[in-house]
Design a protein around this ligand. Structure first.
Ligand code: GLA
Length: 384
């Protein structure tokens, strides 16, 4: 279990920690609008073997990246300027050390070895898994005793201000706070949350993930543009965030919004928050199969109003629903990445086959399809 660390650093680690990737069930592009989200943790994790160092040196190594060991001084970390070299994958754990220290926590040096089974660039939050794994490991090594929510907030700060990706807090909260067998209903305005039982097998259902293998990157500008559009719409409407508008207020807000480009963004955010509430009510009522059409409705909104889908994601949704899936939608930031598909258990294979065949006939790369069973959030893997 600890061969990776030993091979790199020549000694045994003090412990092993892990944090999961996620899929988001519903509530997309709402988290930077103070809105509602409902992610669940994947069984795929980023694992980190870690040991404390007393000399303030931070050494970072990943089994998944070439380039050897990155060596930094914990007390010399500073966010690079806008045009600075952000340091590839190592910027994520380095950013977490920076964010912890900047918030006044006594974190010094450490040797860290990472190994991740979360697919990268697939919209499954491999970055948040890397950040949160780093945070729980340092929390453990340095005995900080910080609650998962605080670790998530600091990881988001690392990604925003150190790595330079303007994400919301959903992915870090999912990695830190999800629990096995549940979806996490989260209000990003105040981080109030609830663990919602999500036992699909008991209902004869399955949730498939279709990784289109179209690489998505949040840093490429389109994500930031959508975010800026939402902020401009909120400012024009005189509210702190689009969350303040509900479905009852939507028609008049749409009328008041002069900019025709911003109207569909507003419509998506307001209707998406309502879909989260609707899915929560259905899950609470035990009507799990009935969430299918709400998922598909959410996809149409992301495709037509928010415009963050792509041909492969649309095809995954169309082909799966045509083959009998109860509902499907893209998940995560979009522009590639993955879709989720809700199916009756006995139709899972035929739906997966139909999606794969549709990709082949359209000349797309073969998608990677697997099942999402909600797993636990960040944790220590080895005994303390
Ligand atoms: C990415 C971001 C999240 C969220 C989603 C869209 O995953 O990291 O904060 O904005 O996109 O819902």
């Amino acid at each position: 279990m600890t061969e990776g660390f030993r091979a790199v650093y020549g000694a045994a680690p003090e412990g092993v920690w892990a944090a999961p990737g996620r899929v988001n069930l519903i509530g997309e592009h709402t988290d930077y609008n103070d809105g509602l989200v409902m992610p669940l943790a994947l069984p795929h994790t980023c694992r980190v073997e870690a040991a404390r160092r007393e000399d303030g040196v931070l050494r970072l190594h990943s089994a998944d990246a070439s380039g050897g060991v990155t060596e930094l001084r914990a007390d010399a970390l500073a966010p690079p300027g806008a045009a600075g070299d952000r340091g590839g994958w190592a910027a994520y754990p380095a950013g977490v050390v920076w964010a912890l220290r900047d918030a006044g926590h006594q974190v010094g040096g450490a040797d860290l070895h990472f190994e991740s089974s979360v697919p990268t660039g697939a919209g499954l939050s491999s970055s948040a898994a890397l950040e949160v794994a780093t945070a729980v490991a340092l929390d453990g090594l340095y005995g900080l005793g910080l609650p998962p929510q605080r670790l998530a907030e600091l990881c988001r700060r690392a990604e925003n201000d150190f790595v330079g990706v303007p994400c919301g807090v959903m992915d870090q909260m999912a990695a830190a706070c999800c629990t096995a067998g549940h979806a996490l209903y989260l209000d990003t305005r105040d981080l109030a949350r609830r663990q919602v039982p999500f036992d699909l097998a008991a209902r004869g259902l399955r949730l498939l993930v279709v990784d289109t293998r179209v690489k998505h990157a949040l840093g490429d500008g389109a994500y930031a543009e959508r975010r800026a559009g939402c902020e401009a719409a909120a400012a024009a409407l005189g509210v702190a965030a689009l969350r303040e508008i509900d479905t009852a207020g939507l028609p008049s807000a749409l009328e008041r919004l002069g900019d025709a480009e911003l109207r569909p963004l507003l419509r998506h955010v307001v209707t998406e928050n309502e879909r989260v509430e609707r899915i929560l009510r259905l899950l609470d009522a035990g009507q799990v199969h009935a969430i299918g059409p709400v998922l598909t409705e959410g996809h149409a909104s992301l495709r037509d109003d928010f415009r963050v889908s792509c041909a492969e994601l649309d095809l995954a949704v169309e082909a799966s629903t045509a083959a009998g899936a109860l509902g499907a939608r893209m998940t995560g930031g979009g522009f590639g990445g993955s879709a989720i598909v809700l199916v009756r258990a006995d139709a899972a294979d035929s739906v997966a086959k139909a999606v794969t065949e549709s990709f082949a006939s359209a000349g797309h790369r073969e998608p990677r399809i697997f099942e999402a069973v909600p797993g636990p959030g960040a944790r220590r893997v080895t005994a303390a």
